[in-house]
Design a protein around this ligand. Sequence first.
Ligand code: IPM
Ligand code: MG
Length: 368
Amino acid sequence: MIKVKDRKLLLLPGDGIGPEVVREVRKIIEWFNKNKSLDFKIEEGLVGGASYDKHKTPITDEVFYKALESEAVILGAVGGPKYDNLEFSKRPERALLKLRKELKLFANLRPAICFKQLVDASSLKPEIISGLDIMIVRELTGGIYFGEPRGIEPIENNERKGINTHTYTTNEIQRVARVAFDLAKKRKNKVTSCEKSNVMEAGILWREEVQSLKDKEYKKIELEHMLADNCAMQLLRNPKQFDVIVTDNLFGDILSDEAAMLTGSLGLLPSASLGARDKNGKTRSMYEPVHGSAPDIAGKNIANPIATILSLSMALKYSLDLDKEAEQIDKAVQSVLDDGLRTKDIMSKNMKEVSTSDMGDAIISKLK
Ligand code: IPM
Ligand code: MG
């Protein structure tokens, strides 16, 4: 088998359950190195609260440059109650936002898939969610998360004013819409674009620019515009009407949590954050589980590592052209679920409860 040199993967375990779930990913990468001669170079770094504890900053320059140089970054999770009272610029989330912004990862892909083995874990009726497969494309480097002016300032009467600014340009809207249209082409050819054009000018612009891109370049795709609040409602009423949803940073944050939870599979959902392709067809990228740091169950070896393992699979597929290996991981995950193995978060009657590391080992035992 050919050895491809210099496939650098940077693991950033972070906080809470991050280190435990990333440990299982590391085991899988090492399995591929040993058994498939894939020759990944694994590096690891501190991020979030873990970095703050040691270096008094949520991400050091050294780790940031490592991220710039790697083929793909796999991040566990950041944050936890211990850091809630830190000054804004030191908070664990700043590391995540810096990586997204400076690596220019403008497209965040968050699949909401209902695993057939977990249909009963959803709070919705099985017929509403079985077979659900939605892709949410969230804009990740613009909008109110990064807009200027921002801040908290004193005003008259000893009061204060908090300011954040929601802005989008044509280019910011169309480049993320393009990602959504391209994905839809490989799926069911339908894109739903969400904004609040009934109250926000930036929402009107969003709607017009998405439409104009479609009219020019994606005539065959079915495009529907929906107000974001209606989308939140439709996700609960009839989620299977959606194929690809494209929306801004803030609405995407909220709608993707909603979509993830309604699948009943939060512990199983991965995500990819992608930048533009360069001349060589390469793109910067970061992969993360959709669930957070879950500090309440951290360190107990009970967290579900599957979302992070599937994030590795997305990395192999979207960043490293290793579709076959990605598929092997996906199949191994399906197979352990078919065997009835469950971590605590998805445990149900007659299934076998396993720990984080047992789940990782079981998945590895299914790899060929
Ligand atoms: C997410 C998270 C982050 C966000 C936080 C941790 C900054 O909620 O990735 O969805 O708001 O984007
Ligand atoms: Mg979120």
